[in-house]
Design a protein around this ligand. Structure first.
Ligand code: AMP
Ligand code: ZN
Length: 141
């Protein structure tokens, strides 16, 4: 039995208690149009079970999620005539997560849409970059 959160808007959509513009549903995943799109055709893909963030999603759902993202992404690009596609995923408030049910944004992109989704900068200290890599790698051993 998948976890549910009775106060969660996406759990209510999964249950059919709140309507959505559904584009795909499988045993484990649901995809529907974002109500406030970055570009029209912006889709949200989520596991049906309530997992708060990416880090809470069980690994065995990974295959279904990636397959769904790939299939839905291809359909979004074809229908919107997009030149590109962004996959985005926000975890915790500091990263812009508004709905605490993990979900993935598929955003159709156009060569002339003028969007810059994030700014990047170079590391000013190569040692720090190496240290960070070593610390992260250390937790993954
Ligand atoms: P995030 O900021 O990553 O948590 O994204 C949450 C997204 O959910 C936002 O882009 C909202 O526009 C979208 N959203 C919230 N409520 C609904 C809804 N009822 N139907 C479709 N999209 C929604
Ligand atoms: Zn939920």
């Amino acid at each position: 039995m998948e976890p549910r959160d009775s106060g969660c808007i996406f759990c209510k959509i999964v249950a059919g208690d709140i309507p959505c513009a559904k584009v795909f549903e499988s045993e484990t995943c649901l995809a529907f149009l974002d109500i406030a799109p970055v570009n029209e055709g912006h889709v949200l893909v989520l596991p049906k079970g309530h997992y708060a963030t990416l880090m809470d999603i069980p690994g065995d759902l990974g295959g279904d999620l990636v397959q769904t993202l790939s299939q839905v992404g291809r359909a979004v690009m074809e229908v919107t005539g997009a030149d590109g596609l962004n996959l985005m995923q926000n975890n915790f408030e500091a990263a812009g997560q508004l709905v605490d049910h993990a979900h993935f944004h598929l955003i159709p992109r156009f060569s002339d849409d003028g969007l810059t989704l994030w700014a990047q900068a170079a590391y000013d200290d190569q040692d720090k970059m190496n240290r960070l890599a070593a610390e992260i790698a250390g937790l993954l051993k």
